[in-house]
Write a protein of this length. Structure first.
Length: 134
């Protein structure tokens, strides 16, 4: 007599678990667009960090004397390049911050335009740094 309720409970539990398993028709998955966007944003943030370090290293160089140019024998930073670099770094900081905040506010919206603005700002920083090496 005791075995009958135990068997009934076991059968009911098995039937219930099979019914629940049958309800799941779609497997959970990642939104690949969001994952790719996050990976790209992390790359842009890292590139900005590298640009900040390069800008700080350039600004730490001694200033060039009036009438001299930087070269292998005269390692120095031009004042005009430092001014251009500061402006480019401000634009890059704003662009990267806009990219991050846009992606956080709208995770399912395409970030292509905001991403290209941040990439362009970082390319500008690279070009200013390259002009200082000439």
């Amino acid at each position: 007599m005791r075995k009958l309720p135990a068997c009934a409970a076991l059968a009911f539990g098995l039937a219930f678990s099979l019914a629940l398993a049958g309800c799941q028709t779609v497997l959970p998955s990642l939104n690949l667009n969001t994952a790719v966007a996050l990976n790209t944003i992390y790359g842009i943030e890292n590139a900005y960090g590298v640009a900040v370090n390069a800008a700080n290293a350039y600004k730490a160089l001694p200033l060039c004397r009036t009438g001299t140019v930087p070269g292998p024998a005269n390692i120095c930073a031009k004042r005009s390049v430092i001014l251009n670099l500061q402006a480019a770094m401000r634009r890059a900081r704003v662009a990267v911050n806009n990219l991050v905040s846009f992606q956080k506010a709208y995770p399912h919206v395409d970030i292509t335009n905001v991403l290209s603005a941040a990439q362009t700002a970082l390319i500008d920083v690279q070009q200013v740094l390259a002009s200082g090496a000439q």
